[in-house]
Design a protein around this ligand. Structure first.
Ligand code: F0G
Length: 459
């Protein structure tokens, strides 16, 4: 018999109990949370698929590493371990630790962007774009059109559209483009990878015009796995080799260690250029902490250093993405509309198709996330118009093509049985979709509104 099954390359050593709630309790909890799953108390959640960020289970080795924290204010030994791991696996020269990914985005935006600049990128990410805009730049989406089509099954939907990029360069001039932001396993597109060929071609075009590339390396390991599986010529390369090659075509990266690197907090900024790194080091002191801790405890840096090494192990990444695919295949088999192909960090359900009776102005994805919580205590996240925010020029709601909920799978945390319960609940909701009502804002914050907005059902 052909052996196609895989299992996790770990066993469970400690468990965390979950509180089981009733439907009545959940109905009350979601109303109190303003129909925003970000505002639920975690103890009211059964299976938490809000995010894969900072929610990983650390290994026994990482926990042991915490005990080796050197909490010196300056020059902690753990910083040097962290620096070694980033140099070895990502290949960049300078490491500037930050409290999480957005700390790195803040500093990069501050040192590179002038008001009136443009930052092209393969789809926006919420915090990344917000920092670019706060520094006075305008984000320009240069991802291929297929990324906006949930049914398109192209294997590398995260690719940069070189014609769109060339167009922008022709329109505004390369001098107004300090860098291109290249995201791996593009989050808002459904965790869709970029191909190595596309990264190489993007590098060529940018080099010709003197435009730097900064990688959002947050899910670069997951991207490397898809390259190994899907791109000709990479099948026999290791995840570590592919990751190094991806990074070699870029000038540095911002990274949230809370995803690939298997820790609960942390991030970093990497830069190859010495002068730029100096500027970043002088700012990190102001906003994050000294350049050898950047807002992290020594023990956190040790856990990241160990987590990076674990993240590039093939058996780990195969089981991680295998679990995402397990949930995705169940939903697909039942005819639930999801973004295809199945991405790296979660399943993205197409809420606009799921709830055709709810107009976009009534936020179908927000409504679906709330309904899923009430049905089964599974917490998902809206990734649609609420996340997209408003156009800074017109103040109008942006309605992106994708109106999704994200069932994001934490790494090494849940079992296949948790995935079964989740799939059953989504399928039940699909069968009773007509009873789900749209939502309207009752409170809308100015920045990153999805985190704290409150809603009520439309009568
Ligand atoms: N870039 C990407 C692609 C991300 O997904 C995130 C965070 C960040 C940057 C920012 O990193 O949270 O450490 O400051 N994504 C989380 C998510 C919040 O749920 O997708 P951070």
């Amino acid at each position: 018999m052909a052996k196609t099954s895989w299992a996790e390359p770990f066993k469970i050593k400690m468990v965390e109990h979950l509180r089981m709630t009733t439907r009545d309790e959940r109905t009350r909890a979601i109303a109190e949370a303003g129909y925003n799953t970000f505002l639920l108390k975690s103890e009211d959640v059964y299976i938490d698929l809000l995010t894969d960020s900072g929610t990983s289970a650390m290994s026994d080795r990482q926990w042991a590493g915490l005990m080796l924290g050197d909490e010196a204010y300056a020059g902690s030994v753990n910083f040097y371990h962290f620096e070694d791991a980033v140099r070895r696996f990502y290949g960049y020269k300078h490491l500037i630790p930050t409290h999480q990914g957005r700390g790195a985005e803040h500093i990069l935006s501050k040192i590179c962007i002038k008001p009136g600049d443009f930052i092209p990128g393969n789809m926006y990410f919420t915090t990344t774009r917000a920092h670019q805009e706060l520094s006075g730049a305008r984000f320009v989406d240069v991802i291929i059109d297929a990324a906006h089509d949930p049914a398109n099954e192209q294997p590398f939907k995260g690719n940069v559209d070189l014609a769109k990029l060339q167009n922008l360069i022709d329109r505004v001039g390369a001098k107004k483009i300090p860098y291109l932001c290249l995201q791996c396993n593009v989050n808002m597109a459904g965790g869709q990878p970029v191909s190595m060929k596309n990264i190489r071609e993007t590098r060529e075009l940018c080099r010709k015009h003197g435009i730097r590339i900064f990688l959002d390396a947050t899910r670069a390991v997951e991207n490397a796995y898809f390259i190994k599986l899907r791109e000709p010529g990479y099948g026999s390369k290791s995840i570590a080799e592919i990751l190094l090659e991806i990074c070699s075509y870029t000038d540095g990266c911002t990274c949230s260690a809370k995803k690939d690197s298997l820790v609960n907090i942390g991030g970093w900024l990497s830069i190859n250029d010495d002068d730029l790194a100096e500027q970043a080091r002088s700012l990190v002191v102001l906003y994050e902490g000294l350049h050898t801790y950047g807002g992290l405890a020594g023990r956190d840096m040790e856990a990241i250093a160990i987590g990076i090494g674990e993240s590039v192990q093939f058996d780990h990444i195969r089981a991680r993405i295998g679990q995402v695919e397990y949930l995705g295949h169940k939903l697909q088999a039942a005819g639930v509309p999801i973004v295809k192909p199945i991405g790296g960090h979660g399943i993205f359900v197409d809420a606009a198709t799921f709830l055709p009776h709810i107009p976009r102005e009534q936020f179908p994805a927000q409504a679906l996330a709330a309904a899923l919580y009430v049905d089964s205590g599974v917490r998902a996240m809206e990734r649609g118009a609420v996340s997209a925010g408003r156009n800074p020029d017109t103040g109008q709601n942006i309605f992106p093509k994708l109106e999704l909920i994200r069932l994001t799978i934490p790494r090494r945390v849940y079992t296949q049985a948790h995935m079964d319960v989740t799939a059953e609940s989504v399928i039940d909701l699909r069968d009773n979709a007509a009873s789900i009502k749209g939502l309207k804002f009752i409170y809308e914050p100015k920045y990153l509104r999805f985190f704290q907005a409150r809603f009520e059902p439309v009568a």
